[in-house]
Design a protein around this ligand. Structure first.
Ligand SMILES: [Zn+2]
Length: 276
């Protein structure tokens, strides 16, 4: 499943190919994703419009048009975007295609159809932080994500720090894999109650969240050029994880075997020596 770094890499990969391009045709397989594809709204607000911005919020890609309308794309579990020459036939699981004014299609392929597309008019699109994203916490790279913010957010709570970090109202887009990696880098055991963490520990979490996510984005940067070579087999890039899925393997710092526990039903990995 794409996590925040993968979506950021997709965003950076799309941007140069979409900016300033006009959407001249829209095609739809007739199949819905996790939610209904708002095809009528796409024709109303996106068609014949020019892309003026490509951004990311949480795990959503946000494509903004010159009329202020916004198309949000969530890749779900298996969603992939790629640019293809318009004459190249669509393949199985290609569900939406935006034809650009340079004779390339931006195609969304999604075999399991857990992805989603949302379209907002210019008026609705200006207000998404107060509406669509209202319940989503700050971006990990934004100044709003600080130790002080986390301390306030955790006040009165006793849940494990890993569950807290993975809660979307705490911070946007930290899934299971990166929650494990961030807590290893911050040397904090994932089972620790948020009530027990010192201000210094919260500061380490903020710092390591940014470092771990940025490292993953950097690892994915080399895949950006793949967007134009129409390689449909390419999966999401792999980062070499330090604890995730490494049960029984030696810790990269102290060589102790990595242990695995379930926290909130999710597989959690830690070094019993390095993470307190
Ligand atoms: Zn260790």
């Amino acid at each position: 499943m794409p996590e925040l770094p993968e979506v950021e890499v997709v965003c950076q990969g799309l941007r140069p190919h979409l900016m300033g391009r006009k959407i001249v045709q829209i095609r739809h397989s007739g199949m819905d994703l996790r939610t209904q594809i708002p095809i009528a709204d796409m024709f109303r607000h996106i068609l014949s419009r020019t892309v003026v911005d490509v951004a990311r919020r949480a795990k959503y890609l946000i494509i903004t048009m010159d009329n202020g309308a916004r198309m949000l794309i969530h890749l779900g579990m298996t969603g992939r975007l790629g640019f293809f020459p318009i004459e190249m036939p669509a393949v199985r699981h290609d569900h939406v295609s935006l034809q650009l004014d340079n004779d390339l299609d931006l195609r969304l392929n999604d075999s399991r159809r857990f992805g989603a597309i949302h379209v907002f008019s210019g008026e609705e699109g200006a207000d998404l932080e107060q509406t669509f994203f209202k319940a989503i916490g700050p971006e990990p790279f934004s100044p709003a994500f600080s130790a002080r913010y986390l301390i306030e957010k955790a006040a009165g709570k006793k849940q494990p720090v890993k569950v807290f970090l993975m809660t979307t109202t705490t911070v946007a887009g930290i899934g299971n894999i990166y929650a494990n990696e961030i807590l290893f880098a911050a040397r904090i055991r994932p089972t620790r109650s948020v009530a027990s963490l010192s201000p210094a520990a919260w500061s380490r979490i903020v710092l390591q969240t940014r470092l771990v996510l940025q490292h993953a984005v950097d690892c994915g940067g080399s895949t950006i050029s793949d967007y134009l070579n129409a390689d449909r087999q390419r999966g999401f890039f792999q980062v070499h994880f330090k604890v995730y899925d490494r049960q029984g393997e030696p810790c990269t710092t102290c060589r102790r075997p990595i242990e695995k526990v379930k926290i909130g039903g999710r597989a959690s990995y830690f070094c019993p020596k390095c993470q307190k």
